[in-house]
Design a protein around this ligand. Structure first.
Ligand SMILES: Cc1cc2nc3c(=O)[nH]c(=O)nc-3n(C[C@H](O)[C@H](O)[C@H](O)COP(=O)(O)O)c2cc1C
Length: 209
């Protein structure tokens, strides 16, 4: 695959933060460098999405469009129980994976190499193949176990990217906040975004109309 074209895995687990899921999928869909998005959502992930986005889907095929809030032609939806899916094998080429949000339960499984679901297995594959794996963990506060698991996962090669948004770009809406967080994640997947606010040593208010 040419350097510019990327095939990515997006895992969604049952932590709060559906707004970040929607924005991330929209931004991946809109990025001309991204050719394919393998979307996997855990059972708890779907429960939280239903709760936070008032998602009402009965058919699996409707999920990408419903999550993105519009057309999602590059997104291929895979069941978390489908352990035989392409992305469960290291021989299938993908350029990286983001788990957003990543529950503390999923973090624990990944940190300990327990691959009982497709999300966990795909993450394990990224680690063993030396591919980029970003874990956008969401919970508060963190227990000692969570912190230890983050360190384990980090030492195994994952990037710990907790959903802790920035404020120095003076977000006006919650969507602004999510967009800038997703920009940061995407830049770590070698997909820098034009709309990313970059601190230049002066307050954001000096740059904004
Ligand atoms: C509405 C709702 C919000 C939740 N928020 C979080 C959260 O922010 N962080 C977290 O680690 N777990 C959260 N949970 C609990 C997880 O969904 C639960 O631990 C689940 O077993 C995770 O499974 P999964 O990793 O397979 O998605 C939440 C559950 C519900 C129903």
């Amino acid at each position: 695959m040419p350097q510019e074209q990327k095939s990515l895995v997006m895992g969604v687990t049952g932590a709060s933060g559906a707004l970040f899921v929607r924005r991330m999928l929209q931004m991946l869909e809109a990025d001309y460098r991204v050719t394919k998005i393998h979307l996997v959502i855990s059972g708890s992930g779907l429960k939280v999405l239903r709760e936070e986005l008032a998602l009402d889907v009965s058919k699996t095929a409707e999920i990408p469009r419903a999550v993105a809030g519009g057309p999602a032609p590059k997104t291929c939806y895979l069941l978390d129980s489908d352990i035989g899916a392409s992305i469960a094998s290291g021989s299938y080429p993908v350029d990286g994976m983001v788990v957003i949000p990543c529950s503390t339960g999923c973090l624990a499984q990944i940190a300990h190499g327990i691959s009982s679901t497709l999300i966990e297995r795909a993450a394990d594959v990224c680690l063993k193949e030396g591919r980029k794996l970003i874990l956008a963990i969401r919970d508060t506060p963190f227990s000692r176990i969570h912190l230890q698991n983050m360190l384990e996962a980090h030492e195994a090669g994952a990037e710990i990217f907790p959903i802790i948004p920035a404020y120095y770009h003076h977000p006006k809406t919650i969507e602004d906040l999510a967009t800038q967080f997703c920009c940061r994640v995407l830049s770590h997947l070698s997909l820098p975004q034009e709309e990313q606010f970059r601190w230049s040593g002066e307050a954001a208010s000096n740059h904004r109309p």
